[in-house]
Ligand binder design. Structure first.
Ligand SMILES: O=C(O)CCC(=O)C(=O)O
Ligand SMILES: [Fe+2]
Length: 337
């Protein structure tokens, strides 16, 4: 089965039909193409990726995470380099939404609300990145409204989780081709070489621009690796483990991977993630209260990122095992009153 196409110019007029089509796709292949998303200039985004990653090392080093530049204060946002011997061969630069430094959720153990870092004197780059974060966010909210309709829920049943301080990440990414012999752990069947190993995304939904590049593959419901062909001008959407879990596994967080294409490859994912304090313990499709174990997104995700998935770019994050679940604390306090 190929990946269905949703024409976003039709979703205002044909809401119910589009919603049903989206839900069906997310129950099966878990992938969608979104055509005609307003506000995205793919050509300029491509130029932005090329410009950023062709900057000299000193430029990138200033933005590099603490794990690789101990003098820098950013642990989670900013630049991460290509790491030798990893089957994941990519460098990236990431931003989140700015959060007021006096907000009570801004705490040392909360990486998600760490301040963004920016290259000095590059105001245009900064505002362009922030603008595109918001375009991606808005597109994601529209998708969540359509998904809710398709599931027979209130249109706003999901968007509240992302209200003001979503933990989402907007990333620009560069995959340099392998030079020399790739490590054994990057070699897979049929002589193919990985630049991103088999994974499902751990967030809520992902929106991806990968320009005109081949290389992305998904695991089909029949268990075959199949190409997700490039569709220039379109966004690729897939869902992550969190939405899979919050629909009681009705939706599939489809596994996917990226194959080395022998030349530089650029892509731009937007990983939609709830607010740090959002309760992700519920199942949208279950009866209210049933099997509901309150859990804040931040605590859940810090655990997953560092101890379950062990993503190479976050492996080195400081040990925040004692991060508190403020939602659970609140619940306990209320119960004891
Ligand atoms: O670059 C791509 O085409 C896919 C990237 C991806 O799967 C990811 O960053 O999670
Ligand atoms: Fe992915």
């Amino acid at each position: 089965m190929s990946v269905p196409i949703i024409d976003m110019s039709k979703v205002k007029d044909e809401r119910k039909e589009m919603a049903a089509k989206i839900v069906k796709a997310l129950e099966t292949s878990g992938f969608l193409y979104l055509d005609n998303v307003p506000g995205l200039d793919h050509k300029k985004l491509f130029e932005t990726c090329k410009w950023f990653f062709s900057q000299p090392w000193e430029f990138k080093e200033k933005l590099q995470r603490n794990a690789w530049s101990p003098e820098n204060k950013n642990y989670f946002r900013g630049y991460f380099p290509v790491v030798a011997k990893e089957p994941s061969r990519k460098e990236g630069f990431e931003i989140g939404r700015d959060v007021d430094r006096n907000d009570p959720s801004v705490r040392p153990e909360n990486w998600f609300y760490e301040p963004n870092v920016w290259p000095e004197g590059q105001e245009e780059f900064k505002s362009y990145m922030k603008q595109n974060y918001e375009v991606m966010h808005e597109t994601a909210m529209e998708m969540l409204r359509l998904i809710a309709i398709g599931l027979g829920l209130e249109e706003d049943a999901m968007v509240y989780l992302f209200a003001k301080k979503p933990c989402s990440t907007f990333r620009i990414m560069h995959y340099p081709p392998w030079d020399g012999k790739p490590p054994e752990n990057a070699l897979i069947e049929d002589g193919k070489v990985l630049t991103t190993p088999d994974h499902s995304d751990s967030n809520f939904i992902t929106l991806l621009i990968n320009f005109n590049y081949v290389g992305l593959e998904r695991l089909s419901p029949e268990g075959q690796w199949v190409a997700v062909p490039p569709r220039p001008g379109s966004l690729i959407m897939n869902i992550g483990d969190l939405l899979d879990r919050m629909t009681g596994n009705r939706f599939k967080a489809t596994r996917h991977r990226v194959i080395d294409i022998g030349v530089d490859r650029y892509s731009i994912p937007f990983f939609l993630e709830p607010e740090f304090e959002a309760d992700v313990g519920r199942n949208f499709l279950a009866e209210a209260g049933k099997d509901h174990v309150i859990e804040s997104y931040g605590r859940y995700m810090i655990h997953v990122t560092k101890y379950v998935r062990k993503y190479f770019e976050f492996k080195v994050l400081p040990d925040f095992l004692n991060v508190k679940d403020s939602l659970k604390d609140k619940e306990a306090q209320e119960a004891s009153i």
